[in-house]
Write a protein that binds this ligand. Structure first.
Ligand SMILES: *Cc1c(COP(=O)(O)O)cnc(C)c1O
Length: 265
C-alpha cells in the first residue's frame, strides 16, 4: 500500500487540530508551497486513476475523484479548489455545515458518514450526492426533506459487503430490497452503491462483490450507474473493479490525527 504519501511537515501541520484559525488567517489569494504540493498530489492521483481505469478497460474520465476533506482546514480545501478541484466529501453534518459557510457556493459536496435522522435537514439539498443511505427510515426522512425543499436528492445505498459488524451499511442480501423500496419514494433518486471494506483484509473481492450487486440491480433500475468504492490505500484496485467514484482523504491532504480519524458521526 503506497498510496498514502509520506507526511510532509507542512501537510501534517495543516491537517492538525487547531490549525484552522492560523490557516484561515493567511491571505486567500496567495498560493502557498502547500498549495503547490496539493496540486501535485491531485495530479499524481488522477494519473493513477487513469492508469487503473485503462487496465480495467475504461476511460479515467468516467471516475469522479472526491477529495475527502473531513478534519481538513477550509484554507487547505481552498488550495485544492485553486488547483481546479470541485468535489469534496465530509462525514459529519456539523462539519459539512461549517465548511459550506466558509467556502460558499460553486463546489460539489458529498456526504459519506452515518447520518442521524435529526441531521437530515442539514445535509439534504446541500450535497450533490449522499453516499450513505443504509435503511428505509433514513431514505424516507431524506425523501421527505427533499420534497419540502422541492429538490430531488441523489443518493447511494451503502452496502456492508464485508458483513463487518463494526461497519455501517445494509447487508448485501437485503440491498436489492432496500433499493427497490427507495425507488418508490418521490424526492430521492438512488443512483448506485457505496462500500467501505473491512480494513484488515484484501478489499479486492469486496469491490468485485459490490460490482456484481450493482450490475444485477442495473437490470431493474437503469439509473443505478454508480459504484462509490476505493480510498487512499486501495483506490487503484477499486477503479480496476469498476469504481465510478473514489473517495480519497489522506493521499491528498496527508495523515489525519489518529484519535479523531476513527470517530463516528
Ligand atoms: C475518511 C473516509 C474516506 C477517506 O479515507 P482516506 O483513507 O483518508 O482516503 C473515504 N470514505 C469514507 C466513508 C470515509 O469516512
Amino acid at each position: 500500500m503506497t498510496a498514502t504519501p509520506a507526511a510532509t511537515p507542512a501537510a501534517g501541520r495543516a491537517a492538525g487540530p487547531g490549525s484552522a484559525r492560523a490557516d484561515a488567517a493567511s491571505p486567500p489569494s496567495e498560493p502557498s508551497g502547500n498549495g503547490a504540493e496539493l496540486a501535485r498530489r491531485l495530479a499524481a492521483v488522477r494519473e493513477r486513476i487513469d492508469a487503473a481505469a485503462r487496465r480495467g478497460g475504461r476511460d479515467g474520465a468516467e471516475v469522479t475523484l472526491v477529495a475527502v476533506s473531513k478534519e481538513v482546514a477550509a484554507a487547505r480545501v481552498l488550495d485544492a479548489v485553486r488547483a481546479g478541484h470541485r468535489d469534496f466529501g465530509e462525514n459529519r453534518a456539523q462539519e459539512l455545515t461549517r465548511k459550506l459557510g466558509e467556502l460558499g457556493d460553486g463546489l460539489s459536496w458529498h456526504f459519506l458518514g452515518r447520518l442521524q435522522r435529526n441531521k437530515v435537514t442539514d445535509v439534504v439539498g446541500a450535497v450533490t450526492l449522499l453516499h450513505s443511505v443504509d435503511r428505509l427510515e433514513l431514505g424516507e426522512a431524506v425523501a421527505r426533506r427533499a420534497r419540502a425543499l422541492g429538490v430531488v436528492q441523489r443518493v447511494l445505498v451503502q452496502v456492508n459487503v464485508g458483513q463487518d459488524p463494526a461497519k455501517a451499511g445494509v447487508d448485501p442480501i437485503a440491498a436489492p430490497r432496500l433499493v427497490a423500496q427507495l425507488h418508490e419514494l418521490d424526492g430521492l433518486r438512488c443512483e448506485g452503491l457505496m462500500t467501505v471494506p473491512p480494513a484488515d483484509r484484501d478489499p479486492q473481492p469486496d469491490f468485485a462483490a459490490l460490482r456484481t450487486i450493482g450490475n444485477s440491480l442495473r437490470n431493474r433500475f437503469p439509473e443505478m450507474v454508480h459504484l462509490s468504492m476505493g480510498m487512499s490505500g486501495d483506490f487503484e484496485a477499486a477503479v480496476e473493479e469498476g469504481a465510478t467514484i473514489v473517495r480519497l482523504g489522506q493521499a491528498l491532504f496527508g495523515p489525519r490525527p489518529p484519535a479523531r480519524a476513527e470517530r463516528r458521526t
